[in-house]
Design a protein around this ligand. Structure first.
Ligand code: ADP
Ligand code: MG
Length: 447
């Protein structure tokens, strides 16, 4: 690879070199696309390539078929395991729009999350003892009567979100053997890469949910004015909702804007509204403009095991605030051409912040995302990244997976949307690695 992140033809085409007619080409990366036609052309798109449901698209119907009649399945990602179809629950409306009456929202976090207490396990879902019971279910469901999302008999049988979380853990971690040990001290991780669309938000949301489902107390700070992390966690973030802008510019305490994430115990989110778009400029004239977020997080009176900060795709003052607030940087790298281009600039910025503002900052974790095993390019990128960053690169690699990209339109992470998908299992493995590293190498490097 060249210094500027480009690959020469030999690397891209494989050691032996390949002609442009080689069948393993970009055009044939996606099932159903003919090499001779443009990807996305309606005439050639397979069901897997159909646009996913958006909030303005009618919700998918809930079948009224009897339980023993197999239901029509949604088009399924052929790379996924067969067993776990996504929910047939209608796509929830976003923001403050009404959710179905039986999904009573969890009360918003009022004030401070409680100090963590002993951990209880309900059907494999690890819940700190001080977590208030989630409205909507009282007791552990009898496994014999558990109704899978694949075979709902009536609309009322569609399980509430908390049940989906339980189901996710049962599928991802059936024996309960995998633990995600809680770190001794809060790990503040900044998820950064100034390139857009590399999986920062997806990584933030899914790692946060995976860790929270396994007993860690997690806070997600959405620092991108697009508010994608808030959307992915189904946290209201329309104009007027108190958000991270208020904390940065008006010094509102974080605990006043943090919201409990519905259906996921132990998880809170500080949302971003469109107001945050102005913060980059307004921060310029604010005192201690680079350390506003660091102060807000340090002043949070509750205890979290993890704070994930989802950065915008830029290296402006918002990202600098995240780098000053964090001890660790997690860089998602998309397994694509130009993957490393621009990374030097990010590393230079991190070095500058370390020298002048935050000496404990460490690039601790690199995660390869959107890996497409059908391309040699993905292999080449993986090798380059591993050669360059060594053991900072997680062994777990996130594949390109349709379920991952569908989940946000249902206001869910892929962990609960389709826990059996390769996207979910890969994020589960990545979360496990991060948790284990945090215990093996306790944050001494940050001391
Ligand atoms: P960023 O936050 O870096 O801009 P996102 O996390 O928003 O990137 O991801 C960009 C787009 O790619 C989103 O539409 C997301 O759903 C999709 N995406 C992310 N990861 C995957 C994946 N592993 N497989 C398929 N699509 C993905
Ligand atoms: Mg994003």
């Amino acid at each position: 690879m060249h210094d500027d992140g480009r690959y020469d033809d030999r690397r891209v085409n494989g050691p032996a070199g390949r002609s442009s007619g080689d069948p393993v080409s970009r055009e044939t990366d996606y099932p159903g696309w003919s090499a001779s036609e443009e990807p996305g052309s309606p005439s050639t798109r397979s069901p897997e390539c159909e646009p996913v449901a958006r909030r303005d698209v009618p919700a998918r119907p809930v079948s009224s078929a009897p339980a023993n009649v197999p239901l029509a399945r949604e088009p399924h990602d052929p790379t996924d395991g067969p067993a776990n179809a996504p929910s047939t629950r209608p796509a929830p409306a976003r923001g403050n729009a009404a959710v179905p009456a039986r999904y009573e929202p969890q009360p918003p976090v009022s004030g401070v999350p409680q100090q963590p207490g002993p951990v209880a396990s309900v059907s494999g879902v690890v819940i700190p003892a001080d977590t208030p019971p989630t409205p909507g279910y009282e007791a552990e469901p009898d496994p014999g009567t558990y109704v899978s999302r694949e075979t709902p008999t009536r609309e009322e049988d569609d399980p509430p979100l908390a049940m989906e979380a339980m189901r996710a853990v049962q599928i991802l971690n059936p024996s309960g053997e995998v633990t995600m040990p809680r770190p001794e001290r809060t790990r503040v991780m900044c998820v950064a890469n100034q390139k857009g669309g590399v999986g920062k938000t997806t990584t933030t949301v899914n790692l946060a949910v995976a860790l929270a489902l396994h007993g860690n107390r997690v806070l997600v700070v959405d620092l991108d004015p697009q508010g994608n992390a808030s959307t992915g966690l189904n946290v209201p973030h329309h104009t007027g909702v108190p958000d991270v802008y208020d904390c940065l510019i008006d010094s509102v305490p974080l605990e006043e804007v943090a919201q409990a994430v519905e259906g996921i115990p132990n998880l809170w989110c500080v949302p971003a509204t469109i107001d945050l778009a102005g913060a980059e400029i307004e921060l310029v004239s604010v005192v201690a403009r680079e350390s506003r977020l660091a102060r807000a997080i340090a002043a949070y009176p509750g205890h979290f095991d993890y704070v994930f900060i989802d950065c915008p795709p830029s290296l402006g003052l918002l990202t600098v605030n995240a780098l000053v607030a964090a001890q660790e940087v997690l860089i998602p790298i998309q397994c694509e051409y130009y993957a490393l281009e621009g990374l030097n600039q990010l590393i230079n910025n991190i070095n500058l912040v370390r020298q002048h503002l935050n000496p404990r900052l460490d690039v601790s974790t690199i995660l390869l995302t959107m890996y497409d095993r059908r391309t040699r390019l993905a292999d080449a990128v993986e090798q380059d990244v591993r050669n360059h960053f060594g053991d900072k690169v997680l062994q777990a690699v996130i594949p390109r997976n349709v379920r991952v990209s569908e989940a946000p339109s249902y206001g869910q992470s892929v962990m609960t949307y389709d826990p059996g998908s390769r996207g979910a299992t890969s994020y589960f493995e990545a979360a496990q690695e991060i948790a284990e590293r945090g215990v093996k190498e306790p944050v001494s490097r940050n001391a």
